[in-house]
Design a protein. Structure first.
Length: 354
């Protein structure tokens, strides 16, 4: 059936406000934001991901991730085009080599869905940003001649937009580089286009074990039957080790209950919660930002009460390219000459002497 064909889903993405007529009734504020955001950041949603929206709820957590809102047009003084300075740390087109032992490789400008809070909205959806075959070779040469690179992260846009034979080629080339310890793939397709997870792509992944995949679920509603089947396939047929990163988003997942339920559903589907990101300071993101103090409070409520493997590391990726730093609650109440006064998850105080 066409619905289950990932190429059909991509070709039939809804790309403008008029495409939503008869499918989703826009509220006035969304209509205005659609019009005004046109030039700034593309809109796209797969029929599949659109079907997860509750049409009767203007605050639906899926809707807020894909339909533009007025807040997106606001520019705050701290917001920038390229918050993580990815273009600055770019030795070869598409490759961001910020950390000593790993490099991020931007392989496609296409995503199935354009998330309104995307940190790379300056470049995703722009065809000029996808590297050409020559540029692939330049990147591969860079990895080959930099023995300090132990890990390459395939990213984008969505790297699973590439055809199976292209992914097979790139994975085999990376796999042949002796100093590469393991490969990682960052993809949101298990969330927005689970049909992309076919038997044939899983067969390719199997050949290059171990591959670590980091996907991007933000809300329990995204863990549908289709998504769960895709995740199970990735673990069981693709032999992938699955992890998830979420972005902490106002009105979408900024509560301990929503995150607890998301993280347990992920574990049930074979996925380890890896990161919870503080929203990046990208232009137009202020409507999504949750204060860090609130993020820390949420983390405090989860740690200890809930399984340790369900708890991601809450991080801020520093604006300007300083890298990721953890933002976890402080359990240290007092620094003492010999030890600490500490607080456990219940708020009880304990003296640690060393
Ligand atoms: C986030 C990021 C990574 C991966 O960082 P981990 O902490 O290893 O997950 C690598 N390179 C760049 C440029 C990044 O932004
Ligand atoms: S899937 Fe990732 S890269 Fe693509 S729009 Fe969403 S956040 Fe940006």
């Amino acid at each position: 059936m066409a619905w289950n064909d990932w190429k059909w889903q991509l070709q039939n993405r809804l790309l403008k406000a008029e495409d939503l007529i008869g499918k989703l009734e826009l509220i006035e504020e969304e209509k205005e934001a659609f019009e005004e955001s046109k030039e700034i950041f593309s809109f796209a949603v797969t029929p599949y991901y659109l079907s997860l929206i509750d049409p009767s709820d203007p605050n639906c957590p899926i809707r807020k991730q894909v339909i533009p809102r007025k807040e997106e047009l606001i520019r705050m003084p701290n917001e920038v085009e390229d918050p993580l300075a990815e273009q600055v740390f770019m030795p070869v087109k598409g490759v961001t080599h910020r950390y000593p032992d790993r490099a991020l490789w931007y392989l496609s400008h296409i995503c199935a869905v354009y998330c309104r809070f995307c940190t790379r909205k300056r470049k995703v959806s722009n065809p000029e940003e996808t590297p050409s075959k020559d540029e692939w070779e330049a990147a591969l040469d860079y990895f080959r001649t930099h023995p300090e690179i132990k890990e390459v992260i395939l990213s984008g846009g969505d790297p699973l937009t590439l055809a199976d034979h292209q992914l097979d080629y790139l994975l085999s080339q990376l796999n042949n580089i002796k100093h590469i310890n393991h490969i990682r793939i960052h993809s949101r397709y298990p969330v927005t286009l689970p049909m992309r997870i076919t038997d044939s792509i899983c067969e390719i992944f199997r050949k290059y074990f171990p591959i670590y995949m980091v996907t991007h679920f933000n809300h329990p509603k995204e863990l549908t039957e289709d998504a769960s089947v895709a995740l199970k396939k990735l673990c069981q047929s693709g032999n992938l080790i699955m992890m998830n990163q979420s972005v902490l988003l106002k009105g979408i997942n900024d509560s301990e209950d929503v995150l607890e339920s998301l993280n347990y559903l992920l574990l049930k589907a074979g996925v380890k919660p890896y990161y919870l990101h503080q929203c990046d300071e990208v232009f137009g993101s202020s409507g999504f930002v949750v204060p860090i103090t609130r993020g820390i409070e949420i983390m405090y409520k989860l740690r200890g009460r809930r399984s340790g493997i369900s708890i991601p590391t809450y991080v801020k990726d520093l604006t300007g390219g300083g890298g990721k730093i953890p933002l976890n609650p402080s359990y240290i109440i007092e620094n003492r000459e010999k030890g600490y006064l500490m607080k456990n998850y219940n708020g009880d105080l304990y003296e640690i002497i060393h």
